[in-house]
Design a protein around this ligand. Structure first.
Ligand SMILES: CC(C)(COP(=O)(O)OP(=O)(O)OC[C@H]1O[C@@H](n2cnc3c(N)ncnc32)[C@H](O)[C@@H]1OP(=O)(O)O)[C@@H](O)C(=O)NCCC(=O)NCCS
Length: 143
C-alpha cells in the first residue's frame, strides 16, 4: 500500500469506508476512488490483523461496490498482491496494460514504480460476488 500523508488522507476522507468493533475502534478500511464516469478503483483495503478471517475485508469490498453502483459506475478495478482474496470477492484478473494511463499518476510516487508486481483485477458493477465460500453468511449492511 502506498504511504499517504495526513493531508492526502483528509483530502480523500470521503472516499473511505471503515469497519469498527463494538468499542468503536477502527479495525478496517477501504476506499473507492472515481477515475471517470465509468471507472473507479477500490484501494486502501486493510483489516487489522486481530480481525482477519471474519468476513470484514469482504464487507469492505461490498461497501465500495454498492457505492460504485449508486454512482452508476460500470467497472471497479484494483491493484493488489492478494489477488486470491479479490477473486473470492468476484473480481477477475486482467492485463495491467488494459487499464487507462491516467490511473498510473499515483504509482509514480511509489518506490517500486515501474517494476511493481501488483496484479490488476476488475469486477463489473452489479455482478454478484463469486459464490466461493458459499455456506458463509456475510452481512451486507452499511458499515
Ligand atoms: C486481504 C485482507 C483485506 C483480507 O481481510 P479479511 O477480513 O481477513 O478477509 P475476509 O475474512 O473477508 O475473507 C474473505 C475470503 O477471502 C479469503 N482470504 C482472506 N485473506 C486472503 C488472502 N490473503 N489470500 C487469499 N484469500 C484470502 C478468506 O479465507 C475468505 O475466504 P472464504 O470466503 O472462502 O472463507 C487482509 O488480510 C489485509 O488487510 N491484508 C493486509 C493488507 C492488504 O494486503 N490489503 C489488500 C489490498 S492491497
Amino acid at each position: 500500500m502506498i504511504r499517504r500523508s495526513l493531508g492526502e488522507l483528509y483530502e480523500s476522507i470521503r472516499e473511505f469506508f471503515v469497519a469498527t468493533d463494538d468499542n468503536g475502534e477502527i479495525i478496517g478500511c477501504s476506499a473507492l476512488h472515481v477515475f471517470w464516469d465509468d471507472l473507479a478503483e477500490l484501494k486502501c483495503l486493510a483489516v487489522s490483523e486481530k480481525a482477519h478471517g471474519q468476513g470484514i475485508g469482504r464487507r469492505l469490498v461490498e461497501a465500495c461496490m454498492r457505492s460504485a453502483q449508486e454512482l452508476e459506475i460500470k467497472t471497479v478495478f484494483t491493484l493488489t498482491y492478494v489477488a486470491e482474496f479479490f477473486e473470492k470477492c468476484g473480481y477477475h484478473r486482467i492485463d495491467k496494460a488494459e487499464l487507462p494511463h491516467k490511473i498510473w499518476n499515483e504509482c509514480v510516487r511509489c518506490p517500486l514504480f515501474p517494476n511493481c508486481t501488483e496484479i490488476a483485477l476488475v469486477r463489473p458493477v452489479g455482478a454478484e460476488p463469486a459464490l466461493v465460500g458459499a455456506g458463509h453468511s456475510y452481512e451486507t449492511a452499511t458499515l
